[in-house]
Design a protein around this ligand. Structure first.
Ligand SMILES: Cc1cc2nc3c(=O)[nH]c(=O)nc-3n(C[C@H](O)[C@H](O)[C@H](O)COP(=O)(O)OP(=O)(O)OC[C@H]3O[C@@H](n4cnc5c(N)ncnc54)[C@H](O)[C@@H]3O)c2cc1C
Length: 413
């Protein structure tokens, strides 16, 4: 196999972030874009995701970014030329305790800015939508009809096919092994099949991004943390069209899958990983499951979905999403090596955020003004903070552990 020896942009990683970046670059008119992956398309964490959207961010500056993401999913085929099934069943966010109610109010306010009809439900109203869910009291139950979920691998493949149709060259099973830098700018990418001279590199290598960025002398503060979910056998009372349910106090999400339920969640002694300590041949499917996490997830969820108590599990999903110290993504050009853009820190929301992240990458390369949110996503925002690996990992684990409780509580800690 050979690769061409010259490109304008080389995108590293054909997960949902890299594939979206390649698509958006080509759609913005960039010529001679190459998308590389050391494995197949969507061979990393992407295919294991629950594929849910959650477009109501509580941050005001995220409105235009979030709008772009949800509208992209609603029009995925028109945008990329490739159909995906976006099951827009809506979502339910439950604050059992008063502590978690303000987040729901903030989301409802943002929804009003979108002009979207969200509503607070009573437990009885909720039961009509999700009969398998038993809850008698809650501080807030927010119904967001515009949310949904999709098959994550199809999303990455859809971007890649759309990118290819616009002229992007895709090389799978082509690991990137190094780079040449001269006068503070990236000049070429080394691959297992030879070097490619280039003006721009997009580093969207998921869990491996932090590691690869070290080759540029960059300390990217985005750490892989294991995330798990499981799927049960078909269960009585589960409706195919029921919404995704997120329970803030338990930090779990539950949605229908194949007649049963898919259950995932946060907390439970998170485990971060340093990829350089794993063998070079490590692949995401080799990530061991944490049995305690699985049991905790089931116990938490069964309090509200009693059908889960003894339900046989037919599938485990797990992977290494990347977490940042402030719970915001990271999409920006490196300060010290021009031409290198990192797209990482997916925060277990990479499927949902992929349209916006890909668009920011294309805006950076094309020199276009981007979303209002973009300045909040700079990679250098943690300079001078969490400088040693251990404190960085502990911080990101803490962010992961409190994902549904609102980050303000841990900021400053
Ligand atoms: C159980 C579970 C549930 C989830 N649920 C959701 C959800 O409901 N909604 C949501 O939005 N997100 C969800 N996520 C998160 C989502 O999966 C991630 O945010 C997303 O997949 C991250 O995509 P990525 O492109 O950054 O990384 P990846 O998919 O890991 O892609 C990185 C790619 O880089 C390649 N690569 C690495 N090193 C090299 C190299 N040297 N050369 C070439 N290529 C290289 C890898 O092979 C890989 O294909 C979930 C994740 C898990 C595990």
């Amino acid at each position: 196999m050979t690769v061409q020896n010259r490109a304008n942009v080389v995108v590293i990683g054909a997960g949902v972030y890299g594939a979206s970046a390649a698509f958006h670059l080509a759609r913005a008119g960039q010529k001679n874009v190459v998308l590389l992956d050391r494995g197949p398309i969507a061979g990393g964490t992407t295919p294991f995701a629950a594929g849910q959207t959650g477009y109501l961010n509580v941050k005001k500056s995220a409105v235009s970014f979030s709008r772009y993401c949800i509208e992209f999913f609603e029009n995925f085929e028109r945008e990329t030329g490739y159909p995906i099934e976006f099951k827009q069943n809506g979502s339910i966010r439950i604050a059992v305790s008063k502590r978690n109610r303000p987040d729901l109010d903030a989301m409802a306010a943002i929804a009003r800015e979108f002009g979207d009809a969200v509503e607070f439900l009573t437990p009885a109203g909720l039961r009509k939508l999700v009969p398998a869910l038993e809850i008698t009291e809650a501080a807030g139950i927010l119904h967001v009809p515009r949310d949904g979920y999709t098959e994550p691998k199809a999303v990455a493949v859809g971007y890649a096919v759309g990118a290819r149709d616009l002229g992007v060259k895709i090389h799978t099973h082509t690991p990137v092994t190094g780079f040449d830098v001269a006068n503070g700018r990236v000049r070429s990418v080394h691959t297992a099949y030879g070097p490619i001279q280039t003006d721009w590199v997009v580093l969207a290598a998921g869990a491996w991004t932090r590691n690869i960025a070290r080759q540029f002398g960059a300390d990217i503060k985005s750490v892989p943390v294991r995330h798990q979910a499981f799927v049960t056998v078909p269960l009585g009372g589960v409706r195919a069209k029921q919404p995704v349910v997120r329970i803030a106090d338990e930090q779990i999400y539950v949605r229908p899958e194949g007649g049963g339920l898919l259950v995932g969640g946060y907390g439970y002694e998170p485990a971060s990983f340093e990829m350089s300590q794993l063998p070079e041949s490590f692949e995401i499917p080799a990530l061991p499951a944490d049995e305690i996490t699985r049991r905790a997830l089931r116990d938490q969820a069964a309090k509200y979905f009693p059908v889960l108590r003894d339900a046989p599990i037919v599938q485990d999903r797990r992977g290494l999403p990347t977490i940042t110290p402030d719970s915001a993504f990271m999409v920006s050009e490196l300060d010290r090596t021009k031409g290198v853009i990192v797209a990482t820190g997916c925060l277990v929301g990479g499927i949902h955020s992929s349209p916006g992240v890909g668009r920011i990458v294309a805006d950076l390369v094309s020199g276009r003004k981007s979303f209002e949110l973009a300045p909040d996503l700079l990679a250098n925002r943690f300079e001078g903070m969490w400088n040693d690996d251990l404190s960085l990992r502990r911080r990101c684990e803490k962010v992961y552990a409190t994902m549904y409780w609102g980050i303000p509580e841990i900021l400053g800690s």
